[in-house]
Structure formats: C-alpha cells, structure tokens
Write a protein of this length. Sequence first.
Length: 248
Amino acid sequence: MELNIKDKQILVTGASSGLGEHFARLLASEGAHVTLAARRLERVEEIARELQQDGCAVQSVELDVCDLASVTSLFDGLRAFDVVVNNAGITGEGAALDIPVEDFKTVLDTNLTGAYQIAQAAARRMKDAGGGSIINIASILGLRVAKMVAAYTASKAGLVQLTKALALEWARYDIRVNALCPGYIETPINSAFFQSEAGQALIKRIPQRRLGQFEDLDGALILLASDRSAFMTGSVIAIDGGHLVSGL
C-alpha cells in the first residue's frame, strides 16, 4: 500500500531543529511542498536551501506560534495547506515546588495555546478549501507522568484532549485532527543522559529495551499526512517501544 503525499502543501512548525527539522526533510523527500516555519528564520532558510539543492519544493518563513499576529500573517500570506504538522514546543524542567508560575505559563502558551492558534488558523482555511489534516505532536507524557516536568506533561495532556475536541468539531468539514505521542526519542541533547546510569535504568523500563529514533516516527506521520488515513480523526498514536504498556 503506497502512502502518497506528493505535491501536498504541508506546513511544519518548529522546523529549525529536532523532530521538526526531521519531519520537514522527510516530507520534502517524499515529494510534498513543504513550508518550514520557526522563530529562527536563518536556520530554516539554511535548511530550505539545502533541500532546494536536492530538488525539493520548500520555502521558509518566520513564525512565533505564541504571537497571534505572527500566526495570522503567515496564513494570510499563503494558500491553504493540505496538512499541518503542529510540532513547535518547549520542555521546561524543574521541581513543581520551584517552577515560577510565569515559566509554567510559557510552556502552556507554546505547547498548547500556540498549537491551538495554528490549528484554528489552518482549519479556517481548510474549511473553505474542502478539508485537510492537522497532526499535533504530543508526547506519551501527555498520557502518563514523570517527575520534574509538570508544565510539559500538563501541556501535552491538554494537547491530546484538544486533538479530540477539534476532531469532533471539525469532522463535518473533512478536517482530520490526530496526534502522535512519541516516547523517549534519542537526540543530541539527551544522548549524554541516556548513557548515564539513570538513563540506562530508564531504557530498561521500555519493553523494547531501546530508545526511539527520529525515523521510528516516519510511518505514522506519513500515514496521517496521506489520504490513506481519510477515516482517521481524533486518533492518538503512541510510538514508544511499548513504554505505555510497561508494568508498574
């Protein structure tokens, strides 16, 4: 079964690094027309130039998902997207007794309110265009908790429920809203921790006994971006090596 996304117009937020950059490169390599959006304009411009040299159809734009004017400007200046990958987010770590309320709000503003602003602006255009797919990048920490990341878990749990609420409201417009919930994914930022004794102990709690790689998310992402998932909306897909079903 071929998952074809060729020529689809796709927006990826938070595309300057990490998962967002990986998603943008993947979708562009599959023939989609990708708009890379992030606050770090110079970085997404650099990635776009690399992809253009490889023959990919991409463009870069500056975007702050927390700034409604920035969001509005982006959607006013571009045609409706077929797919939006709502990826921009921050972590925010610290003991819940110590985290300043303003820091807590910053995480929620980015991960939840920012995602809502993007989804709403995209859906207004999709409604007039006959539909589309919104893919929210949540986390297994939106379904299960861990220490020292109270704001992050709250924001991702909210994003999971927001996904379902928007899917319910927008299904009549053929706008599909689904969420991916990655488990622990290896990145340059966390690799040192996972080589430590504490990190190795965490890996042993994952039923597959390994960390995820960016590429482990590819199949689910392309499925949700393609028309093969036309009857999927409100779905929350965990990609975590079985972490959510590990024994207590």
